[in-house]
Design a protein around this ligand. Structure first.
Ligand code: OSB
Ligand code: MG
Length: 369
C-alpha cells in the first residue's frame, strides 16, 4: 500500500458515570482517532493515550504532536508499506507505544479492508465469543460500590475487577465477594498505588479467592513484584510494567508476573500484542485482554485479539454502554450471557457512525504525504 493522507480527529465523549482509579478520575474522554488514506482504501486507528500522563507517560496532546511531527513523516517517506512494517519503521523513535500502535492500527484496518478480510480471520482466533469482564472504579462510599457491582452482576458480566488503592482495598473486596458469592470471578487492580512496604498488607487479599492482583507496585518495580509474588498466594498480574515482548518475557522469567494483562496500545500495537500472547501460550502463562476505555474501534479489535487460545481469563471487554451513552460505531459491543461476539465486519471489525462521529468531533487536521 502507498500512504496518501493522515487525518487526526479529536472527539469528546462523556462517560455514563465518573471512572475513578488510584491515578485520577475521568468524567469525559478526549480521544485521538487516526484515519489513514492509502491507494487501496482507508482505515481507522484509535489512540488509547488519556488526557493526562498519569496511567503512563503518554497523553493525548503529546500523542497528536509526536504522530504529526515525527511518526507520520517517517512512515510516509518509506514507500510501500504493510501493517507489519509500521513498528519496524518507527523503531528508531524511543517510547510512545500508544502513538505507534494507533498508526499501525489504522494501516492494519486499511490493509484488511482492502483484502476483504478482518482482524479475527487475520489472527486466526478459534472462538467467535469471548467472556466479558467489567472494570469497576473507586467510589466515595461502599454502598455506591455495591449498588454498581449489583448492576453489573444483573447485566451478566463474567467477572468483576475492582479498582483499589490504600484505604480502599480489604473492606470493598470483602463486601463485594460477599455480594457476588464464591463462584464469580473477582480480581483487583491497584494501578501502581502501593509500595514494597505494603507486601504484607497485600497478602491479606489472599483470603478473598481473587483471580489475580493487577499492578500493585510501580511500573519499574520488577523486583518488588517478584517479592510480592513469592509471598502472596493470589497470582500477580502486570499491566503498566509490560511495554513489550521483552519486558513480558523478562517479568515472567524473574517471577514478577504470573499472569499478563495484554493491552495493544501499551505494547506498541496489535502485532506485538499477538507476539506476547504467543510467547505466554508457549510458556503456559495465562493472559487476558486489558482495556483503555476504548470506543467501538478499539473494542472491536480487542475482541478479535481476545479470541486467541491463550486468552484464558475474561478481558476488560465490557459492553459499549458500560462507559458510553452512544458509540461512534454502528454496531457497538454488547454483552449477552456474559459474552461478547467477536466482530465479523471487514477490517478491525466495525463501521463508523459518521453523523454521530462528526457531531462529537472537536478538531480535525490533515497531513499529506
Ligand atoms: O489499568 O486496566 C487499567 C482504564 C484506563 C486506564 C487503565 C486501566 C483501565 C481499566 C480498563 O481498568 C477499563 C476498560 O477499558 O474496560
Ligand atoms: Mg490495569
Amino acid at each position: 500500500m502507498r500512504l496518501q493522507q493522515l487525518e487526526l480527529r479529536r472527539i469528546s465523549l462523556d462517560l455514563v458515570t465518573p471512572f475513578r482509579t488510584s491515578f485520577g478520575v475521568e468524567t469525559r474522554r478526549d480521544i485521538l482517532l487516526l484515519h489513514v488514506t492509502t491507494d487501496r482504501g482507508a482505515g481507522w486507528g484509535e489512540c488509547v493515550a488519556m488526557s493526562e500522563p498519569a496511567y503512563s507517560s503518554e497523553f493525548v496532546n503529546g500523542a497528536q504532536l509526536v504522530i504529526t511531527e515525527h511518526f507520520w513523516p517517517t512512515l510516509a517517506a518509506g514507500g510501500e508499506i504493510q501493517a507489519a512494517d509500521v513498528a519496524h519503521r518507527l523503531d528508531r523513535f524511543s517510547g510512545h507505544p500508544m502513538s505507534k500502535a494507533a498508526l499501525e492500527m489504522a494501516v492494519l484496518d486499511a490493509q484488511l479492508r482492502s483484502q476483504s478480510t478482518n482482524l479475527h480471520a487475520y489472527f486466526g482466533g478459534d472462538r467467535d465469543h469471548v467472556p466479558s469482564g467489567v472494570s469497576v472504579g473507586i467510589f466515595d462510599t461502599l454502598d455506591e460500590l455495591l449498588a454498581q457491582v449489583q448492576g453489573y452482576v444483573d447485566d451478566g458480566y463474567a467477572r468483576i475487577k475492582l479498582k483499589i488503592e490504600p484505604g480502599w482495598d480489604l473492606e470493598p473486596v470483602r463486601l463485594v465477594r460477599e455480594l457476588i458469592g464464591p463462584d464469580m470471578g473477582l480480581q483487583v487492580d491497584a494501578n501502581t498505588a502501593y509500595g514494597r512496604s505494603d507486601i504484607e498488607h497485600l497478602c491479606r487479599l489472599d483470603e478473598y479467592d481473587l483471580l489475580l492482583i493487577e499492578q500493585p507496585l510501580p511500573e519499574e518495580d520488577v523486583l518488588g513484584h517478584a517479592r510480592l509474588a513469592a509471598a502472596a498466594r493470589t497470582p500477580i498480574c502486570l499491566d503498566e510494567s509490560i511495554v513489550s515482548l521483552q519486558t513480558a518475557a523478562d517479568a515472567i522469567e524473574l517471577g514478577a508476573a504470573e499472569i499478563i494483562n495484554i493491552k495493544p496500545g501499551r505494547v506498541g500495537g496489535y502485532l506485538e500484542a499477538r507476539r506476547i500472547h504467543d510467547m505466554c501460550l508457549e510458556r503456559g502463562v495465562p493472559v487476558w485482554c486489558g482495556g483503555m476505555v476504548e470506543t467501538g474501534i478499539g473494542r472491536a479489535a480487542n475482541a478479535a485479539l481476545a479470541a486467541l487460545a491463550g486468552f484464558t481469563l475474561p478481558g476488560d471487554i465490557s459492553a459499549s454502554s458500560r462507559f458510553y451513552h452512544r458509540d461512534i460505531v454502528t454496531d457497538p459491543i454488547t454483552i449477552e450471557n456474559g459474552q461478547v461476539a467477536v466482530p465479523t465486519a471487514a477490517g478491525l471489525g466495525f463501521e463508523i457512525d459518521t453523523d454521530f462521529l462528526d457531531s462529537i468531533t472537536t478538531q480535525r487536521t490533515f497531513v499529506h504525504v
